[in-house]
Structure formats: structure tokens, C-alpha cells
Design a protein around this ligand. Structure first.
Ligand code: GLP
Length: 253
């Protein structure tokens, strides 16, 4: 079932309220965070409301889904940079509790093992926020990634490099590899929330709806999660059958 909101701002209002309620109920919540343009209005709204409400974020821990191999944290296209720009620098998190894979780490293999372990040692993810690639990838788990995967290095597909090329000056600059949490890490989160907005996500949402659970469509694994929330705006829902859609109630803001 897809929860359908009129537009990205309505989704941002809803999720910001949900995250704030979660942190108030459990101040040491562990969040799995995503990047991409879909998340920008969500983080902007959350940061604004957290500031207005003087929300205490000092005990919140976050783990990001992924990072490009070869980009340093201060590279403007790195996901580390993105997170600081869109969220971490806007509100009072404890820097020591914010974790992202390091794209420049000398021993990437060891880092991958440690990253998945670290999530477990932190008590596991309470909520994992996800975007989706046009080929159905979640994090950077490209089609045909094993559903048993932990944090690992991936070779990015041509489709993903073309899609993400819009953020780079020159498409050749898009890294060819990334580090991503694995599908198992994502599936172990207590709740998963996948968000897709815009007409350009309508096809992948239809693919998700009609696909069996299959490694060729990574997001399809979420159908086996006990608490999946798939949130779309009307544009991303435009190719879905009516019986798949549940109109969302507006969140007061
Ligand atoms: C990248 C990220 C994904 C994200 C996807 C969609 O590939 N690795 O985690 O879901 O982009 O991005 P956007 O929200 O910009 O469409």
C-alpha cells in the first residue's frame, strides 16, 4: 500500500512530525538516513521544526546509507557534505553520534565490516529512511545485489551514474564505486520508510507495485519487511492502480 500525499511539502510536514514524535518518545533513537533531492524538503522542514521546538537531539544517533568511493568528506558532491549542508549543520546533533561511510578510507573492506557491526552495537536502526533509484536501487544496492548483503562496495550502474550526474559539473566525474549499507542491514531496521516524489519516479513505483520480491528490483524486498511505509506524492503515484493507494490525511503544521 502506498500512502499518497498531494506534494513533497506535505510529505515533509508529515515525516518531520513523525521524526519529532519518535525522538520525544525515545531520545536516543537511531536513525538510518538517506541523501538525494527527495530528502531535501524533509530535512529542511525537520530542521526548522526542531529549532522552533528546541528539540533535544543530543542523544540521537544517525547512520547514513551510503557514500561515494574516492570523495573526501569536504567534496561538495560527497554525501557527507550533503548531510552537513542539509541537516547536520542546521540543528544541534552531537557530532560524535553521526556516522557515514568514509569514501577515502584506506581499508574499505574493514570499514564495511565495522559499519554493519557498529549499527548493531548501537542497538540497531529504529527507522531507516530510503529514497529509490530509477532502477529500484535502495542505498546504492543496485539490481541483483544479494538480499543477504551487509555494508559493501558496489560498482555503480550506468543508469545510476547518468541519474546522479546531474549533481556533478561533468558526468565523467561521477564516481564508479560507492559504499552502501547492505540489504540485510536495511531490513533489520524496526521501521523502513521509502519516499518517492515527482513524475520521474512514477515508473519505478509502478515497477515496485507489480514486481515480485526479486533481487532484480532491490526495493521489492521491502514487501517482506514487517513495518514498511511507502510514501509518494501524487506525481509519483500516477501510474499506480487506485487499490494500491491510500490518500494521506494532511498533517497540521
Ligand atoms: C542516490 C542515493 C540513493 C537515493 C537515490 C535517489 O542514488 N544513493 O540513496 O535514493 O539517489 O535520489 P533522488 O532523491 O535525488 O532521486
Amino acid at each position: 500500500m502506498f500512502l499518497v500525499f498531494p506534494d513533497p511539502q506535505a510529505i515533509a510536514n508529515h515525516l518531520s512530525a513523525l521524526f519529532i514524535a519518535k525522538i520525544q518518545a525515545k531520545p536516543n533513537s537511531v536513525f538510518g538516513l538517506a541523501t538525494g533531492s527527495t530528502m531535501e524538503p524533509i530535512y529542511a522542514r525537520f530542521a526548522q521544526q526542531a529549532r522552533e521546538q528546541s528539540l533535544d537531539l543530543s542523544q540521537v544517533t544517525t547512520f547514513n546509507l551510503d557514500e561515494y568511493v574516492g570523495l573526501a568528506a569536504d567534496h561538495p558532491q560527497s554525501y557527507n557534505y550533503y548531510m552537513h549542508q542539509h541537516l547536520f549543520d542546521l540543528v544541534g546533533f552531537d557530532e560524535q553520534r553521526l556516522f557515514l561511510p568514509d569514501g577515502k578510507c584506506a581499508d574499505i573492506q574493514e570499514q564495511c565490516e565495522r559499519y554493519s557491526q557498529h549499527i548493531r552495537l548501537a542497538g540497531g536502526l529504529d527507522i531507516q529512511l530510503l529514497g529509490v533509484g530509477s532502477n529500484g536501487h535502495i542505498g546504492f544496492n543496485e539490481p541483483n545485489t544479494s538480499f543477504d548483503s551487509r555494508t559493501h562496495v558496489v560498482g555503480l550502474s550506468e543508469r545510476t551514474r547518468i541519474d546522479n550526474g546531474r549533481f556533478f559539473e561533468n558526468k565523467d566525474e561521477v564516481p564508479t564505486q560507492a559504499i552502501t549499507m547492505g540489504i540485510l542491514d536495511i531490513m533489520e531496521a524496526k521501521e523502513v520508510i521509502l519516499v518517492a516524489t515527482g513524475e520521474h519516479k512514477a515508473q519505478v513505483m509502478a515497477d515496485y507495485w507489480y514486481s515480485p520480491v526479486s533481487e532484480s528490483m532491490p526495493a521489492s524486498i521491502l514487501k517482506q519487511h514487517p513495518r514498511p511505509l511507502i510514501i509518494v506524492d501524487e506525481a509519483a503515484a500516477s501510474l499506480l492502480p487506485a487499490q494500491a493507494c491510500q490518500p494521506a490525511m494532511a498533517t497540521a503544521c
